[in-house]
Design a protein around this ligand. Structure first.
Ligand SMILES: [Zn+2]
Length: 436
């Protein structure tokens, strides 16, 4: 059946808005977009009233196919949002971990609190969080799961995207858990794997994880350049993080010398470990950065690091609210934009942010970086995030051939596209849909 969705306005991408728009959808795929008083796909001009969600059915005798027309009203249909970095698994920890105890303290508290939570509680809160994400306009996510408990919840939910099984630690203890079976993809949900971070995961394991995702043509995600502790560890092999690993019985000295199992090429590489110029450089040296790697956070970077991200075409993913809560610092988003990069936006988990509503995250970026064009901010939460999650061909914009991932915003103000420029319109939508 052909479904025609009509609204007063269509924001088909962050740079283009059309008045009185129609989106024709067949089998979940957008087959036509038109504007004006009638829709291309309707044989006769059908006048539509503006009452909310007015649904009418029409039969075409010629083709014997039914057409359903859904009139949403005078507001805006826009692309559904994509949250490139979440940990729904940690939703039960919302409000339980103080943000002002330093990153190391936060990690310790997170581990403690998570151990104290029952699996049932973690699952229940994850389910609720996914529901909230859908209700606040998100249709795709990059969900990172360390415990593996959100896999079936994600699979059964209304949300799409990539579910990443995250690994950390040393080579031996994790290797057996990874097999070809770990990777599969179904429809708009993909299952992939992620490495936790350069300072928590051995180089051998990181390389193995990346190799597996590469072979399966799946995205790979990793936190990188988030904390000062991480930078200190990667550049000196010492400091608070080194102490933390020792305290937990993790012998990272083996990370440098475990080259026995590896071939000569890798042996040369691993002999360089632990003293890299920066976490980003470290990942590049390992061959972990390419156009299917989501490099999450990138808080402690210099221009050389940004050049590496640009050259390798890795996807920068920012979670500014979480960064500020935990590190009192923001990623230099304007500098990344200056390099022509297309950053994706994520919320991170409810253990480090108050909200997983992407409109809240967009508003935060707009407030902290008033010079960034609102279209760029919306792109981060739609087209760029969809692209980073490898869904760029089917989501992120309202476009012929893409899937019908769009949301309706019933605006509380009248809109005249000839008077309001698109930046103003986007900001009004963001303010309206934000919970702040
Ligand atoms: Zn994270």
């Amino acid at each position: 059946m052909l479904k025609i969705h009509r609204a007063g306005h269509l924001l088909i991408n962050p740079w283009q808005i059309i008045e009185n728009g129609f989106i024709s959808v067949e089998n979940g795929i957008i087959v036509d977009i038109s504007a004006g008083n009638s829709c291309n796909r309707l044989r006769s001009n059908i006048s539509l009233n503006n009452s909310n969600h007015n649904i009418s059915s029409y039969s075409s005798a010629a083709s014997d196919t039914r057409t359903e027309v859904i009139d949403y009203g005078p507001g805006i249909l826009m692309p559904a949002l994509a949250n490139a970095h979440t940990h729904f698994e940690l939703s039960a920890l919302k409000g339980k971990i103080p943000f002002n105890i330093g990153f190391n303290g936060w990690v310790r508290e997170l581990i403690k609190q998570r151990e104290e939570c029952s699996v049932d509680t973690l699952r229940l809160e994850a389910e609720k969080a996914i529901k909230t994400a859908v209700e606040t306009g998100t249709s795709l996510v990059g969900e990172i799961s360390t415990l593996g408990i959100t896999e079936d919840i994600f699979a059964d939910s209304d949300i799409g995207g990539v579910w990443f099984q995250e690994y950390l630690g040393s080579f031996g203890e994790n290797f057996k858990n990874i097999s070809g079976k770990d990777i599969s993809s179904i429809q708009r949900k993909k299952r992939s794997i992620a490495g936790h971070a350069p300072h928590t995961t051995s180089p051998e394991l990181l390389r193995l994880l990346k190799q597996q995702t590469k072979r399966a043509n799946l995205p790979f995600s990793i936190h990188v350049a988030e904390s000062n502790d991480e930078t200190e560890f990667i550049t000196t092999g010492q400091g608070r993080w080194a102490d933390f690993l020792k305290e937990r019985g993790i012998d990272f000295s083996l990370w440098k010398s475990s080259s026995n199992n590896l071939n000569q090429l890798n042996k040369n590489f691993y002999s360089k470990f632990a003293l890299s110029r920066s976490p980003v450089q470290y990942l590049q040296d390992m061959g972990l950065l390419d156009n299917s790697t989501l490099a999450v956070h990138l808080l402690n970077v210099d221009s050389q690091d940004i050049e590496i991200i640009a050259k390798t075409q890795a996807k920068p993913v920012f979670c500014p609210k979480s960064n500020f809560n935990l590190h009192q610092k923001l990623p230099d988003i304007p500098l990344f934009l200056k390099y022509g990069l297309k950053p994706a936006l994520g919320t991170d988990s409810l253990a480090s942010t108050e909200s997983i509503n992407m409109f809240d995250e967009m508003l935060y970026v707009a407030e902290k970086f008033p010079n960034i064009n609102p279209s760029e901010i919306l792109a981060m939460a739609t087209v760029n995030s969809a692209e980073a999650l490898s869904f760029g061909k089917i989501a992120g914009t309202i476009e012929k051939g893409k899937r019908a991932y769009f949301i309706y915003i019933p605006l509380n103000f009248s809109l005249n596209t000839s008077e309001n420029n698109i930046s103003e319109i986007i900001m009004r939508i963001v303010e309206y849909k934000s919970t702040k």
